[in-house]
Design a protein around this ligand. Structure first.
Ligand SMILES: [Zn+2]
Length: 424
């Protein structure tokens, strides 16, 4: 199909195909993650990224996806290094850097063929990343892998490579980080819960409420297995790029914050998915401890899960002269700032903060804020502002930026109003 690109000969290294499991239902996805993964790969355009170290089963996962999507009327092109598994009806191009057939070169050639689905073995450089993102924004489903540890760090890596955050936010459908765990042998597994005390288990990441029912199993070894293990299963951290996640990606929030937001949007971390697999008796606690890390809470609860309020058009959010000190972040819609009965400003940029002046200066409200149309805002406790500014410089910077933008804007508006009223 791409004769000029193949060169003189096609060198395919066929690995042991019997080891490939291309049935998606058997990879180890939880029900919820399986549904999210399917939803993403069935989209007509966008990018699906699978990440993890070598030997984590990334290629296998993508092959399973491709296998599920491979029907007669769908054109699929792949660039791989090496081609590990042959699919009927799919054009697979082996990447050979020595003859200039790089991932980027293959991608460029692919776009001229206008396929529905493109699989790029790996994104390592700016050129490949850029073409992949653009393809994902122009009517192609692009699947690829990256060598990153988890979902949030994948975003940082792509931004470091040079992809603008708005393009990532606009093209990414999901990021999947994965590991392979050895599976517990079903024939010789036994209950070893008594080996652990509850404090230890909580330190590993289990919730207190889980402990009562928790049964930790491990194979003791039998003729049908190797030291209590038989086979392997994937462990997954699936970050669906929901509206809130996309917004966080676009505003380039720090990694820990993106992780928190993704968790709030339904992501299980690798550690959590591993622990779930321990609960199910599928793998051992040792295996999970050895292959995943526990992400400590990086932000306090009031910053992680602030209250969200919905306002209708004209609803009062802040009243001039009041002495409350909460501050807010606009999530959706717009708000207007009114001073002495006059509109002096408007905020419509999602993510902007407002109302922080009273907490900063310990003064009554200097303006009234009303909802313009329907709006959704997050409420933060005002008494925490000082400690937030001290402890979370990145959030502080955003608050300060919001503040400056707004001051500049209201300044312009005021001078306009003044110049209009001056001649009278
Ligand atoms: Zn066994």
């Amino acid at each position: 199909m791409l004769p000029t690109l193949f060169g003189e000969s096609v060198v395919m290294r066929l690995l042991d195909q019997s080891k490939l499991q291309v049935d998606m239902t058997k990879l180890g996805f939880s029900k919820a993650d399986f549904a999210k993964f399917n939803r993403a790969i069935e989209r007509p355009q966008g990018m699906v990224l699978v990440t993890g170290p070598t030997g984590s089963g990334k290629t296998n996962t993508l092959y399973s996806a491709i296998n599920a999507l491979n029907t007669e009327d769908v054109k699929i092109l792949t660039a791989e290094d090496p081609v590990e598994f042959n699919f009927e009806g799919i054009n697979q191009v082996p990447v050979r850097n020595e003859v200039g057939m790089t991932f980027a070169a293959a991608l460029k050639a692919f776009l001229r063929q206008d396929p529905e689905i493109i699989l790029v073995g790996e994104i390592r450089d700016m050129e490949t990343a850029e073409i992949a993102v653009k393809a994902a924004m122009t009517g192609h489903l692009v699947c690829s892998t990256l060598h990153t540890n988890d979902c949030p760090s994948t975003i940082g890596r792509l931004i470091d490579i040079g992809i603008p955050s708005y393009m990532l936010a606009g093209s990414l459908l999901l990021v999947l980080a994965q590991r392979l765990f050895r599976k517990t042998c079903e024939h010789c597994r036994e209950d070893i819960t008594a080996n652990y005390d509850s404090n230890e288990l909580i330190e590993f990441g289990f919730h207190k409420e889980e402990l009562a029912e928790l049964k930790i199993l491990r194979g003791k070894g039998c003729p049908r297995c190797t030291k209590g293990y038989k086979g392997r299963i994937g462990c997954f951290e699936l970050m669906e790029v929901t509206e809130n996640v996309a917004q966080a990606i676009q505003s380039e929030v720090p990694e820990e914050q993106l992780r928190k937001i993704a968790i709030k949007e339904g992501m299980n971390t690798l550690r959590r998915d591993g622990l779930n697999k321990v609960v199910q008796g599928v793998t051992t606690l040792e295996e999970v401890m050895a292959n995943t890390i526990l992400q400590k809470e990086a932000l306090p609860a009031y910053l992680l899960n602030p209250d969200e309020l919905i306002f209708e058009d004209g609803d009062l959010i802040i009243r001039e002269g009041n002495t409350d000190k909460n501050f807010y972040q606009l999530l959706q819609g717009a708000i207007v700032i009114i001073k002495g009965g006059r509109v002096v400003g408007e905020i419509s940029q999602p993510g902007e903060y407002f109302g922080e002046m009273s907490a900063l200066l310990n003064q009554p409200r200097v303006a009234t804020v009303k909802s313009k149309g329907k709006s959704i805002v997050k409420v933060f406790p005002g008494e925490k502002l000082e400690s937030t500014v001290k402890d979370y410089p990145d959030i502080s910077m955003r608050i300060i930026r919001s503040l400056i933008t707004r001051l500049t804007e209201s300044d312009k508006k005021l001078s306009k109003i003044l110049s209009k009223s001056a001649p009278r």
